[in-house]
Write a protein of this length. Structure first.
Length: 452
């Protein structure tokens, strides 16, 4: 015989089994409906003791103590004491039947304590399993039947609530499964059975509507109306919880739409519009998230768009005359591009040309300011590292000739015999080099002398 009890300190965590030690105490099942209340059993024990002419014996007093322990829910102690008492009684002791009754009540009371603890903790499935074991051990107990019915109805209520929630969220498969479980635990619920029948009708209608949208989507797909077909396949999901075929169709259409985006992006790349192309690839990646090629190209185009933006920033720097900063920005951008390297090479080379052009304009300015010697030096610096640039060599030759001619005429001026000759020589220099050395002052002086 087995007694299920719980410890007084923790009324519900585990089952403790006690096995009777005396093989002389076989126990047979009592009839259903027999006295199972400890109150009645205690009264019977008291009556039995009162019938003893010589007063209660020690064994009889021990039985009363066991009953008191059971009433106080001290099940482990009561079970252990009953085993010891049974072992101490003789085989023909009339008290043995009373002990057996108490032992069955200990088993039933301890098991019911477990059931109550599980129910209070909303562990109803566990409570039901314990009740099934108790029913096997105590088929005579109406209390076990009552509690099992109560727990089954509670579980049925939980599944019913779960089904209603599933219906509210559109999860019809889950709702059907929950209603079925509710009826399983409480077959008397004809309302739930009717709901299951109605749910089958609704599901049949939903299936018909879903098929209509599906085949409409197939027709649009065949006609090349891809967006319309995606819309139709998407509507299938509203009427079918797991529309695998529709989902596959949507994937197919989205891949085709993604390819259109890729083709558009390729044209934008050809036009040098990398940022716009990257946006097209972003949409393509959304439509076909499993494509490794699209994902890889998207990352590449993002790099190209970034490099192009850096190109625009570098050009602004160069226009402001910040040539060194502009060149650094171009070099940085060139390191991340794969499609615009030639563009950046040209831009970098253009900076060098801009520097030369700046030097050329400066030399030209010196020339126009009649600083011929400095202009020649500036022009010669331009030709360092290159064979030619514009008309630099011709200008160097022209300026060199002017410098030599001016020096020659000035030497002749210094050796001329008359003021008229000297004035004439200085006038020749003045024609091409007005501020050569001190000729302006000398011309004014000689012109005054000639006027007198």
């Amino acid at each position: 015989m087995r007694f299920q009890v719980t410890s007084r300190e923790d009324p519900g965590p585990s089952l403790v089994s006690f096995t009777m030690l005396s093989p002389k105490c076989p126990q047979g099942p009592a009839k259903r409906g027999s006295a199972s209340k400890l109150v009645l059993l205690g009264a019977a024990a008291a009556s039995f003791l009162a019938s003893c002419a010589s007063g209660p014996s020690a064994a009889e007093r021990r039985l009363v103590e066991i009953v008191d322990m059971t009433r106080a829910s001290h099940y482990p102690e009561a079970a252990a004491a009953s085993v010891e008492l049974m072992d101490d009684l003789s085989a023909d002791s009339p008290l043995r039947d009373e002990v057996r009754k108490v032992q069955r009540e200990i088993s039933l009371a301890s098991g019911m304590a477990l059931v109550r603890a599980r129910v209070l903790g909303d562990r109803n499935d566990e409570a039901l399993e314990i009740l099934k074991e108790l029913d096997k051990a105590h088929p005579e107990s109406n209390l076990v039947d009552d509690w099992r019915n109560r727990v089954e109805k509670k579980i049925a209520d939980e599944y019913f609530d779960e089904a209603r929630y599933a219906l509210g969220s559109g999860s019809f498969d889950d709702a059907r499964a929950a209603y079925a479980k509710s009826v399983e635990y409480d077959p008397s619920r004809t309302v739930v059975q009717n709901l299951l029948v109605e749910l089958d009708r609704v599901e049949a209608w939903r299936k018909e509507v879903a098929e209509g949208y599906y085949y409409k989507g197939v027709g649009n797909l065949v006609d090349g109306r891809f967006k319309e077909s995606v819309g139709d396949f998407g509507k299938v999901k509203k009427y079918r919880e797991n529309p695998e075929r529709a989902a596959r169709r949507i994937t197919e259409v989205n891949r085709q739409l993604a390819q259109f985006r890729v083709e558009s992006a390729d044209q934008l790349v050809a036009d040098g519009r990398f940022a716009a192309a990257a946006k097209e690839y972003v949409e393509a990646a959304r439509l076909d998230p499993e494509s490794e090629v699209i994902a890889r190209n998207l990352e590449g185009l993002r790099a190209e768009a970034k490099a192009q933006q850096m190109l625009f920033e570098a050009r602004s720097m160069i226009l402001r005359g910040e040539l060194d900063r502009g060149r650094a920005k171009l070099e940085e951008a060139k390191a991340i591009t794969a499609l615009q390297a030639e563009t950046f090479d040209k831009e970098i080379a253009a900076i060098a040309d801009r520097r030369v052009e700046s030097s050329y304009q400066r030399a030209l300015g010196l020339e126009h300011d009649f600083q011929f010697a400095k202009a020649v030096t500036a022009y010669q610096a331009i030709l360092e590292g290159r064979d030619y640039y514009k008309d630099v060599r011709a200008r160097i030759d022209t300026l060199t000739d002017k410098i030599a001619n001016a020096d020659r005429l000035y030497a002749e001026y210094q050796s001329a015999g008359t003021d008229a000759e000297r004035l004439g020589l200085l006038r020749q220099i003045e024609i091409f080099w007005p501020d050569y050395k001190d000729i302006p002052a000398r011309i004014r002086s000689l012109a005054k002398s000639a006027a007198k």
